[in-house]
Design a protein around this ligand. Structure first.
Ligand SMILES: *[C@@H]1O[C@H](CO)[C@@H](O)[C@H](O)[C@H]1NC(C)=O
Ligand SMILES: *[C@@H]1O[C@H](CO)[C@@H](O)[C@H](O)[C@H]1NC(C)=O
Ligand SMILES: *[C@@H]1O[C@H](CO)[C@@H](O)[C@H](O)[C@H]1NC(C)=O
Ligand SMILES: *[C@@H]1O[C@H](CO)[C@@H](O)[C@H](O)[C@H]1NC(C)=O
Length: 500
């Protein structure tokens, strides 16, 4: 059995990646073949014809979000009345993805309940295509088009029967379900209002033509959360490319906090597949829980920021909201006109509520000694009207270059209120406090060049969530040169005298 982990990793890396998730715990050892290798046998190029998919449409009730009590059957008008379909309310279609177990995963009921808690009168309909979705991955993936057509047929019929305006129709699809939603949108007679793709499946969809996957053409507004994209290790359970009008990549679209994928990977040789499976499932399904969070914690909605790359975002360079550059994560995402394939980023906590507060610190290191490059460890503490965050280590990527403005991202889990003060400590790579450097060699600059001749020792801080920008000035202290930690306070007076 020792060789399984190696095989498993090989399979993952070779792109047949959806061999992950669902409840494989029990049957792990002996039925390894059945669960993991079997699906691959059907990856042969000629594709199997799929017929008779038969998606079912279960209108769930707020009191029983887990139970299928009433099916709406296209062609049977009386089923609408029987299920108490509300023709003036919003309608959600929740579409699941690929499944090994053939059962609904636990997130379905959670999402249904969350939708009802936000939209009391809504019709939350779960699209059940489990029979087809439990096929080998390749076959299930190929069936998304057929299932999508059935869903489109359902939409056309319900529109004809009830005259509901399609802008009140919102399709929410996870994994393969996102592509089902895409096909449904493209085959429906009229354009549906919104499709939300929750980590749309990657294998067999990455890089294909827009007609063959979820795309911005499929609804008036298509928003997508990517939580497990190829970025991590060449795995691609979720699709990496943007496929909507707005594509949000929480934590860069990979390595979600609390999922410990990195840890599981390191231990895969001895701890094995269990930890690995759990981690992968956690990453992929995080998209659903972020969406649920946005429904339940409206007041604490996460914000995402447009950015060219995850790396730039991690350096705090993208926290400006001007010109639609930021948006709300999840249910309250705003439609942006003419937008298409916009990549947005955000950081999250490890658990619900997921929101964090983002800060950009801009610091200019003015080195007067002839030390050309250093890579110090910089930790900062922020103190606000409502709390503080202490000893946050800045990610000093690469070397610090003298006389250049560097930008850093700092996130806090708590809302610490309006910033009042900050402290900073620097140590060089050898962990020697650079106290001597602080007083003589480093100074702080505010980014407004007109100030530079004043030798202002400043740090500029922008808060993403409030869009407030503040200057912090080095608090002069006789003891400064002796301490590795320096204090900065708000410098309103300075700021004014410096503005151009
Ligand atoms: C149907 O939904 C509307 C809101 O769109 C609500 O005002 C009304 O009470 C609902 N009707 C029933 C019977 O629940
Ligand atoms: C940085 O700027 C200061 C003041 O402008 C100057 O004295 C110093 O030599 C510069 N350092 C480097 C390495 O260019
Ligand atoms: C700084 O270092 C460079 C080479 O690294 C050297 O050429 C230059 O003379 C030095 N300047 C001072 C002031 O030490
Ligand atoms: C600070 O906390 C108090 C109560 O704890 C709250 O009323 C107030 O809104 C908070 N202020 C900010 C800026 O978060």
């Amino acid at each position: 059995m020792k060789i399984w982990p190696i095989n498993y990793l090989f399979l993952l890396i070779s792109g047949f990646t959806v061999i992950c998730v669902t409840s494989v715990e029990e049957e792990l050892s002996d039925t390894f073949h059945v669960n993991f290798l079997e699906p691959l046998k059907n990856l042969s190029p000629q594709r199997v014809k799929v017929r008779g998919v038969h998606a079912k449409f279960s209108l769930r009730k707020p009191a029983l979000p887990d139970d299928d009590m009433c099916y709406i059957v296209p062609g049977k008008e009386e089923s609408l009345g029987k299920c108490s379909f509300n023709t003036t309310a919003k309608t959600f279609l929740v579409i699941h993805g690929w499944t090994v177990s053939g059962l609904f995963e636990s997130w379905v009921a959670k999402l249904v309940a969350a939708l009802y808690s936000r939209e009391k009168d809504a019709n939350v309909i779960v699209v059940d295509w489990l029979n087809t979705a439990q096929n080998h991955y390749a076959l299930a993936a190929q069936s998304t088009q057929k299932v999508g057509q059935e869903v489109a047929h359902f939409i056309d019929w319900i529109e004809e029967m009830t005259n509901i305006p399609l802008d009140k129709l919102h399709l929410i699809g996870y994994n393969l379900g996102a592509h089902v939603a895409g096909f449904a949108g493209s085959y429906a007679n009229n354009k549906v209002g919104r499709i939300t793709g929750l980590d749309p499946a990657g294998p067999d969809f990455e890089g294909v033509h827009a007609h063959q996957r979820l795309s911005p053409d499929d609804a008036v507004f298509v928003d997508v959360l990517h939580t497990f994209s190829r970025g991590s290790l060449g795995l691609s359970i979720g699709i990496e490319q943007p496929v909507g009008h707005v594509d949000i990549y929480p934590n860069g679209g990979s390595f979600q906090p609390g999922c410990n994928l990195q840890g599981a990977l390191k231990k895969v040789a001895n701890l094995g597949l269990l930890a690995m499976n759990e981690a992968i499932r956690c990453e992929h399904e995080r998209s659903v829980h972020l969406f649920i969070d946005s429904l339940l914690n409206e007041e604490e909605a996460s914000k995402a920021y447009r950015c060219a790359s995850s790396d730039m975002f991690n350096r705090g360079m993208c926290l400006k909201c001007r010109k639609d550059r930021c948006n709300t994560v999840g249910y309250d995402a705003r439609r942006i006109r003419r937008a298409r394939s916009i990549k947005m980023f955000t950081k999250t906590r490890a658990a619900m509520p997921f929101r964090v507060h983002h800060y950009q610190l801009k610091i200019r290191f003015q080195v007067q000694t002839n030390q050309s490059e250093t890579e110090p460890t910089i930790t900062v503490s922020l103190y606000g009207t409502n709390g503080s965050v202490t000893n946050f280590q800045l990610d000093v990527k690469g070397k610090i270059t003298p006389n250049k403005t560097h930008s850093f991202l700092l996130v806090t889990e708590e809302d610490i209120g309006d910033l009042q003060m900050m402290k900073m400590r620097m140590e060089d790579s050898s962990r020697r406090p650079v106290s001597s450097l602080i007083s003589t060699a480093w100074s702080w600059w505010n980014g407004d060049s007109s100030c530079s001749e004043i030798k202002a020792k400043k740090i500029s801080i922008r808060t993403g969530e409030t869009q407030k920008k503040m200057m912090f000035c080095l608090k002069e202290s006789k003891k400064a040169s002796l301490s590795p930690e320096v204090t900065f306070v708000k410098c309103t007076a300075w700021g004014k005298s410096c503005r151009r």
